[in-house]
Design a protein around this ligand. Sequence first.
Ligand code: 1HN
Length: 348
Amino acid sequence: MSTTQSTSNRAQYYEQIARERLAPLWESLHALVVPEPKPKAVPALWQYARIRDLVMEAGSVISAAEAVRRVLVMENPGLPGKSAVAPNLYAGLQLILPGEIAPSHRHTQSAMRFIVEGEGAWTAVNGERTTMHPGDFIITPSWTWHDHGNPSIEAGGEPVVWLDGLDIPLVAHLDAGFAENYPEATQPISRAEGDSFARYGSNMLPVRHTVSDPTSPVFSYPYARSREALDTLYRNGELDAWDGVKLRYVNPATGGWPMPTIATFMQFLPKGFRGKTYRSTDATVYCVVEGQGTAHVGDNTFTLAPHDIFVAPSWVPVRLDADADTVLFSYSDRPVMAALNLLRESRI
Ligand code: 1HN
């Protein structure tokens, strides 16, 4: 005996329950509980050669002071209007011209910068400045004052562009955003440049250092050091069939990630490398540092040149080929997935 009501009765019933702010789970259950991730985010590529002129043109559209942060946001076409490159991650290209300052502020969102082009701009974090070089990875941990600046043309300044990676969509989803402006454009400098690197970035720690915070006390990870490590390992015969030579950036005080919500990596793919396919539940944004090749991301074939940026959403198969010695920087929401026991990886 069937107790199912006719379709019109059902529609009437749905209207009745909607008035009570109730909804029938059975209509959405299959979309809510999926056999495997079905990301709304899609694989996407931003070719630097196509967008570089537009990034530079932003310099004549608005000043850094007026913009506060002069950034072109890389929006995932599957997540329109959300300032999201992936469900938990934001990506943007920031331009700072000689003589400009991006004023000091702090927020609960964690931020990373990966320097794309130009030399000599600085960022200040926690009372210390660091000078930017292409390929450097710099962090701005949650709730730390940070401002950026660039020496004047007379002092040798040149336009500097970097990739910003933040956990903006995650923090928005969690309703955990707080922010403040510093009362002046720049924060006071209390330590000489290089202080934190000497203290925490030399395979040593201050003798009585205690860990009070999950974020790394090293805030600048210079490219020269990362590149040298990859090169040495490759020459020593290290080569993973999926990753090439791949290292993760580390908080030297804990062994964990540099920041609690964003993981970062750098990898070397030798000329002729034809990688095997992998996928994982962390969404990853890649930035080509050197070289050229192809990224196969789902059904997409992305031809890669220096400074190109692409995103691989959760569980989409990725395969990397290199036509020249190639270096890729990447960041992902892996710490979030791992902390919530949602990290799954498959090397095919
Ligand atoms: C931010 O503070 C920066 O400090 C860059 O350079 C991009 C995007 C959203 C919110 C804050 C920066 C940002 C941001």
